[in-house]
Design a protein around this ligand. Structure first.
Ligand code: PMP
Length: 338
């Protein structure tokens, strides 16, 4: 934040703000290339893959993935583990024949039970359902299908073997930087020429040929993300972030498991290490919990409006000390107030 503050006034002694420099200037080209190089290092991305910095959020990828990886009339497979999977499914359904292999909202059905289709162009998964707190613990499929993952909420919080995937995408806003950029890591051979009738802007190859600057990019979010990538490398990379997420989430799940007040509806094996969701058995205490938490300076823990209860997001910026304060508060609330 301090580095951003300094560069907002004067980028590296140039007398110009980092948000005033042109995206075509050598200074921004350098920012862009360094951000990509750092992300490649963090995720160990080989030269077989493109790393794109696009706009339109993860939501635009719900359409770009089917448009680029399949043609009209072809079948594409989706695993439905919650609300974000369902958004991806409904967008793809406008464009292609969508086959849902399995559905569940409080667990991840075992891959052996999935109803697979024999002629799918890819299989799409949502690695972490941000709203319900269901996370896919591992990626067992190894049958040749092109695997696509929406990793918006858990990218850079867990080990990722990119070679197992055809494409991974994520909005920057949770673990990488400000909102406004979506990262797409895609195997080069999956990026084809645009076809007649398709908008050029929705084609990965067009963006790759223009170094993700086919139109004016969100330079600020790109720049801050680069700083965050360097910070993550300095802190020990993805392995260290994974260790911290495991520690942070374990502390809260321990309170939930030991409690007669708090409960989680997510099956233990699939509880997210980045979005911990829980509720209070006596629902009338929900508002009181939030009020008392705010008095203890604990904010932003209200559950998503679609599911209620509480959601504690443990993205890379959240410290262990913050989690300790929450754990302490949860135990005190149960002991003294509930
Ligand atoms: N997928 C997941 C898993 C998300 O959590 C979100 C946003 N919270 C999105 C997609 C949509 O992202 P965006 O708002 O960047 O379009």
């Amino acid at each position: 934040m301090l580095e951003v503050q300094r560069d907002l006034l004067d980028y590296q002694g140039s007398g110009t703000s980092v948000v005033e420099i042109s995206h075509r200037s050598p200074a921004f080209m350098d920012i862009a290339q360094r951000a990509e190089a750092s992300l490649r290092r963090l995720l160990n991305v080989s030269e077989d893959y493109l790393v794109l910095f696009l706009q339109g959020g993860a939501t635009l990828q719900f359409a770009m993935v089917p448009l680029n990886l399949s043609v009209q009339g072809e079948t594409v497979e989706y695993l439905d583990t919650g609300l974000w999977s369902q958004k991806a499914i409904s967008e793809a359904s406008y464009l292609r024949n969508v086959h849902v292999v399995a559905s569940s909202t409080d667990s991840v059905p075992d891959a052996s039970t999935w109803d697979r289709s024999s002629n799918s162009q890819y299989l799409h998964i949502t690695s972490n359902e941000t709203i319900s707190g269901v996370q896919i613990p591992d990626y067992p499929l190894d049958d040749g299908v092109t695997l696509v993952a929406d990793m918006t909420s858990d990218i850079l919080t867990r080990h990722l073997d990119i070679d197992k995937f055809g494409l991974v995408y994520a909005g920057t806003q949770k673990n990488m930087g400000p909102s406004g950029v979506s990262i797409v890591i895609v195997r080069k051979d999956l990026c084809r020429e645009p076809r007649q009738g398709e908008p050029l802007y929705l084609n990965y190859r067009i963006h790759a040929e223009n170094d993700s600057m086919y139109n004016t990019p969100n330079t600020f979010a790109w720049y801050v993300s680069g700083l965050v990538f360097d910070w993550l490398l300095y802190e020990g990379g993805v392995a260290e972030m994974q260790r911290r997420c495991e520690e942070k989430s374990r502390k809260i799940y321990r309170v939930i498991n030991d409690s007669s007040l708090y409960f989680s509806t997510v099956e233990p094996a699939f509880r997210s290490k980045v979005n911990v969701t829980f509720s209070i058995r006596d629902e009338s205490l929900t508002d009181k919990f939030l009020t008392k938490a705010a008095e203890a300076n604990i904010v932003n823990i209200k559950g998503h409006r679609k599911v209620g209860g509480f959601r504690v997001s443990l993205y890379n910026g959240v410290t262990i000390e913050a989690v300790d304060a929450l754990v302490d508060f949860m135990e005190t609330f149960e002991r003294e107030i509930a």
